[in-house]
Design a protein around this ligand. Structure first.
Ligand code: BGP
Length: 478
C-alpha cells in the first residue's frame, strides 16, 4: 500500500555552506574551521578523532577541497534552477558565519557576505522554494577557534547573538525556517566540528565538550527568543544527529547499557532545547564523569524561555551496542560506535543501512516530545560511475531513499507529525567526515574529483528523475 504524506509536506534537499560554496577567500569571507580541514578519508577522519590539532593549513602535505567546494558561490543560479526542476519545496543551506563576520568578533557585519545570501534567497523565491537555514553548520570562524578556544569560551555566546541578530533583521522577509546548531549532540564525539576546539587530551574531552554545549544551549535559546521577536511567525528548530541504540541481545545488562547510551547521546540535547531543562539523568552522568558545568545566573531561565518550535534531525544509521565489547568488536560498528549488527548491510563507508531505524527514530522522538519533526538529512554516500553516454544509473541510491521515505510514511501513519524531508547532499558536495568528493549523495552529479580535477559541470543522475516524481506525487509513487 502506498504511504501518504500530509498536504504541504516540505520536500527538498540539504547542504552546508562550507561543503559546497567554495570561494573561500572571496567576498570578504574570513577563514573558518572547514578551510583548515584536509581532504581524504585517512587524513580527515583521523584528525577529527584526534587531540591537539593546531588548525593550520599545510598545503605541502594536504589538499583542501572545501576551498573550492563545488563552486556554488558562482553557480547558485544554475543549481537552484535544477532544484526547481525537481520540484523542491524547500532547500536547506547554511550561512557561513565568516562571510558575515570574517573574524567572528567584529562589531559590524560584512555587507558583501550579506548581499550574497540575499541573492541566493531571491533566486529561491523566484521558484517558490522555501529556504531552511542552518545558522551554524561546522563552520566556526577560525579566529574564534584560535583566539578564544571555540565554544569552550563563553564569549562566543555574545558573538553568536550579534551574528543571529544581523541575520534575523536582514532576512526577516525572506526566511521563515531556521535551525540553530547542526547536529548539536555530535559534539562529544567530534568536538572540532561542532564546538570548534580540538581536545587537549582524552581526559579533558568530556568536560570541555559539555561546557561548550552549555554555551550553545544558552546561545540557541537566545536565538530562538530573538528570532520570534524579530520575525513574527518564524519557526526555529534544533538539529540533532539521531541514531536509535539497539541492545545487541536481550541480556538486561545490554538493554540497560543501550538505554543509557541513547539517553546521553540522543536525548540529552533535545531534552534541554525542547523541554528547556537539563534532564534528571544528567546529574548522575556528570557526577560519574567528573563534569562540572559553569553557569551564569539566569542561564537556566533563559534556556527555559527559549525552547525550539520543532526538532530537525539527521538520520543515517542506527547503532547496536553491548556493555562489554571484545577488542575485535570495538571499531566494527558505525561511525558513532557500537558493534556490528548482523541483520544490516553497510554502505561502502561502513555506515549501516537501516530504514526501519528511521521509523523507530521518528516514533521515539515524537513519543518523547510531541513537537513537529523534520528529517533534514538522510541519504547514501556512494561511488557513482559516469557511463560513456554520460548517464549515471544510481539505482542503489534510489533504493536507499525509497525505503527510508517509505519508513517515514509509515511513521506518519503511526501518528508522527512530520513537516518535511530534505535528503542530504542533493547535489554532490565535499564530505564532512572524509573530505572526499567521491563520497557522493546527489541527485545532481558534479564533475569534481578527489584529486582536484574536473570541470564542475553538473548533470542529472537517474535518481534526479525519480525524486522529481516522488515530489510530484507527494510521496505516493516511490
Ligand atoms: C552530517 C553532517 C553533514 C554531512 C552528512 C554526511 O553529519 O551534518 O554536514 O556531510 O553528515 O556525512 P559525510 O559527509 O561525512 O558523509
Amino acid at each position: 500500500m502506498a504511504v501518504k504524506f500530509p498536504e504541504g509536506f516540505l520536500w527538498g534537499g540539504a547542504t552546508a555552506a562550507n561543503q559546497l560554496e567554495g570561494a573561500y577567500q572571496e567576498g570578504g569571507k574570513g577563514l573558518n574551521l572547514a578551510d583548515v580541514l584536509p581532504g581524504g578519508k585517512e587524513n580527515r577522519l583521523k584528525l577529527l578523532a584526534s587531540t591537539g590539532f593546531d588548525f593550520e593549513i599545510d598545503k605541502s602535505k594536504y589538499t583542501y577541497p572545501n576551498h573550492e567546494g563545488i563552486d556554488f558561490y558562482h553557480r547558485y543560479k544554475e543549481d537552484i534552477a535544477l532544484f526547481a526542476e525537481m520540484g523542491f519545496k524547500t532547500f536547506r543551506l547554511s550561512i557561513a558565519w565568516s562571510r558575515i563576520f570574517p573574524n567572528g568578533d567584529e562589531l559590524e557585519p560584512n555587507e558583501e557576505g550579506l548581499a550574497f545570501y540575499d541573492r541566493v534567497f531571491d533566486e529561491l523565491a523566484k521558484y517558490n522554494i522555501e529556504p531552511l537555514v542552518t545558522i551554524a553548520h561546522y563552520e566556526t570562524p577560525l579566529h574564534l577557534i584560535k583566539e578564544y578556544g571555540g565554544w569552550r569560551n563563553r564569549k562566543l555566546v555574545e558573538f553568536f547573538e550579534r551574528y543571529v541578530t544581523v541575520l534575523f533583521n536582514r532576512y526577516k522577509d525572506k526566511v521563515k525556517y531556521w535551525l540553530t546548531f547542526n547536529e548539536i549532540n555530535g559534539a562529544t564525539h567530534m568536538p572540532i566540528l561542532g564546538l570548534g576546539f580540538s581536545p587537549e587530551s582524552e581526559e579533558t574531552r568530556l568536560q570541555d565538550s559539555f561546557q561548550g554545549l552549555h554555551h550553545q544551549f544558552v546561545a540557541s535559546a537566545k536565538a530562538v527568543q530573538l528570532g520570534h521577536e524579530i520575525i513574527p511567525g518564524s519557526q526555529i528548530g534544533c538539529m540533532l544527529i539521531y541514531a536509535p541504540v539497539y541492545s545487541f541481545d536481550s541480556n538486561p545488562e545490554n538493554v540497560l547499557y543501550a538505554q543509557e547510551e541513547a539517553r546521553i547521546f540522543n536525548n540529552f540535547c533535545g531534552d534541554i532545547q525542547v523541554r528547556g531543562e537539563y534532564p534528571s539523568f544528567s546529574e548522575r552522568y556528570f557526577r560519574e564523569n567528573n563534569i562540572n558545568i559553569e553557569m551564569e545566573n539566569g542561564d537556566l531561565q533563559l534556556i527555559k524561555g527559549g525552547t525550539v518550535d520543532f526538532i530537525s534531525f539527521s538520520y543515517y544509521m542506527s547503532r547496536t551496542d553491548k556493555k562489554n565489547k571484545t577488542p575485535e568488536e570495538i571499531g566494527q560498528g558505525n561511525l558513532i560506535g557500537g558493534v556490528k549488527n548482523p541483520f544490516l548491510d553497510a554502505s561502502d563507508w561502513g555506515w549501516e543501512i537501516d530504514p526501519v531505524g528511521l521509523r523507530i527514530a521518528l516514533n521515539e522522538l515524537y513519543g518523547r516530545y510531541q513537537v513537529p519533526l523534520f528529517v533534514v538529512e538522510n541519504g547514501l554516500g556512494a561511488y557513482d560511475k559516469v557511463e560513456e553516454d554520460g548517464s549515471i544509473n544510481d539505482d542503489y541510491r534510489i533504493e536507499y531513499l525509497r525505503e527510508h521515505i517509505r519508513a517515514m510514511g509509515e511513521a506518519v501513519d503511526d501518528g508522527v507529525e512530520l513537516m518535511g524531508y530534505t535528503s542530504w547532499g542533493c547535489i554532490d558536495l565535499v564530505s564532512a567526515s572524509s573530505g572526499e568528493m567521491s563520497k557522493r549523495y546527489g541527485f545532481i552529479y558534479v564533475d569534481k574529483q578527489d584529486d582536484g580535477t574536473g570541470s564542475f559541470e553538473r548533470s542529472r543522475k537517474k535518481s534526479f528523475y525519480w525524486y522529481k516524481n516522488v515530489i510530484a506525487t507527494n510521496g505516493e509513487e516511490l
